[in-house]
Structure formats: structure tokens, C-alpha cells
Design a binder for this molecule. Sequence first.
Ligand code: ATP
Length: 220
Amino acid sequence: MEKEFVVIGLGRFGGSIVRELNKLDIDVMAIDSDEARVNEYADIATHAVIADSTDETVLKSLGIRNFDHVVVAIGDNIQASILTTLILKDLGVAKVTAKAQNDYHAKVLDKIGADTVIHPERDMGRRLAHKLSNSSIMDYLELADEHSIVEIIAGPKLEGMSLLDLDLRANYGLNIIAIKRNGHITVSPDPGEYIQRGDILIVIGHDNDLGRFESKLEDN
Ligand code: ATP
């Protein structure tokens, strides 16, 4: 059975989710209290509805509990975001993802039962800071508290070493889960694989261990 999605709040963030789901040919209901915003998405969403999501009766009448996943993308109006999330969980929506504006907001959303809390501005800021901090880092993805995946580009310090020579697991407690080379990706690369300049190593591990390895690669 196809999944059914709802996005509440059609700002830049919620709007981009609706557009992307539409591109992926996935049905999505888009809800906003602002008529102009809803009109913008009339031809993009499967259904675009003007509604105040803090009104439980309205959400019930839209049959919201029958949807698999609702994204609450209301940011600035923290009260509306919290109340909406609370009503959705009360009505029995299986999966609610809510966008937080700040850490307190995130805490409250988590406490009232949001299944996933996202913090796009903070996460993008962290990601960019990691990229800026070290020229070897191509990308950074926080997985959970204190664990991340980083993409590290191989420079002269790594060139010509085999994964066995590098032995990241023994030396740093890290695992190389894949190597990207010339647009191709090799998952679980062979330990005998030699690293070439420009390879991108996709490495997973604890932030402290990643930090130790990254600092070894300064000016890599
Ligand atoms: P973004 O950072 O995603 O661009 P934004 O600043 O454009 O966000 P927000 O204030 O975060 O907008 O709100 C996103 C949308 O949520 C707005 O279009 C707003 O009309 C809508 N919204 C706010 N409160 C409600 C509500 N109670 N019911 C439905 N939609 C709402």
C-alpha cells in the first residue's frame, strides 16, 4: 500500500517537502492557514487545504488519523506547532515529524510525543561548520548523540595507503563504510584496497574518534 503524507505549514521548509514528494510522485496533502500559501501549492500537492491545524475538529474532518506520516513544518509560531503536534498524537497519527525552532521547542516536541524532531537550521549550521573546519571534510551527517558519518577526501597523506595500512578500526575505532571514486561507490570496501588521491572515504564513528582522525588530516 502506498504511504500517505501530510505537510502542515507551507513555509520554505514545508513547501520544499511538498515539492520534492510531488517530484517523487508521492501523494501529499498540504495544509496551511494562509490562503495565498495554499493556492501556491494547489497544482503541486495532491490536495491543498486551507485549515488551522490547532483546531482539532478540522483535523478530524480531514481524516488526519488515516495518514501514515504527518510533518509539522510550522516554525515561527511555536505555540501552534506544539498544539498541532499534541492533537495529532492524541488523534492517533502513527508518525509525526515536527520541526523545531530552538532547543526548548525541540525538548517540548519530544516530550509531547513527536516521533521525530528535526532542527534543520541548527543541523545545517553544524554541517557547514564541520566542512569549514577542515578542508578534507566534504560532508558531515550527525546520526545520533555523539555519532556521525563524515565524507573525507583523500589527499597526499592517505594516497597510496591500503585500508589495512590505515586500520581505522584499531587506530581510531572508526569504520569505513564505503569509498566513492570517479562517481562510483563501493560499499564495504576490501581491506586490501589502495586509496587514490581524490577518493572520498565515508567513515562512521564516535565524534571524538572522528575528531582525532580529522585533526591528523589537517592539510591532507
Ligand atoms: P520557513 O523557515 O520554513 O520558511 P516561515 O518563516 O516561512 O518558515 P513559519 O512561520 O515557520 O513560516 O510557518 C510556516 C507556515 O505555517 C506558514 O505558511 C504559516 O501560515 C503556517 N502556519 C502557522 N500556524 C499555522 C496553523 N495553526 N495552521 C496551519 N498553518 C499554520
